[in-house]
Design a protein. Structure first.
Length: 151
């Protein structure tokens, strides 16, 4: 299952979403410094709760791919929320019913380890999946480091 999810990300970034190719491979130093100072405080010092750096292996890669897509497409900026990156123009109920069309949909599904829209949405807040760490890192970037992290 994990191999298939990673394939989806590679296909989505390489063929469907050319904006992903522009995603930074390294976080700007100013972003990393800001996150180090602000994010642990924002999430009560639980390093694993707020960002990709607390993960390893494929989970870290899935988390970073979603964060990079959000940063490079700015899909979370208008609402200060990563949900539009998954749902796109679909409202909540249609999004959860399979109409999600967000620019980072494939990366969100990969980080949630599911293509079921209800599971993806639920896993935005489930610490057992890389998407939760990504969502928290994005929340910190939006709230505390928007300029430094190019949000």
């Amino acid at each position: 299952m994990l191999v298939r999810v990673i394939e989806i990300v590679v296909v989505a970034c390489g063929l469907v979403l050319p904006a992903c190719k522009k995603a930074p491979t390294q976080v700007p130093v100013s972003c990393a410094s800001c996150e180090a100072a602000a994010c642990p405080k924002m999430f009560a010092g639980d390093d694993k709760a707020w960002g990709c750096h607390g993960l390893s292996g494929p989970d870290r890669s899935l988390c970073e791919t979603f964060v990079n897509c959000v940063r490079s497409t700015h899909c979370a900026t208008a609402r200060r929320d990563p949900q539009p990156c998954f749902c796109g123009t679909a409202e909540d109920v249609p999004c959860l019913s399979g109409a999600a069309n967000g620019v980072c949909k494939a990366m969100a599904e990969a980080a949630a380890k599911s293509t079921n829209p209800s599971q993806v949405a639920a896993r935005f807040s489930d610490g057992d999946f890389p998407i939760k760490s990504a969502v928290n890192q994005i929340a910190c970037d939006l709230a505390k480091c928007p300029t430094e992290c190019q949000m």
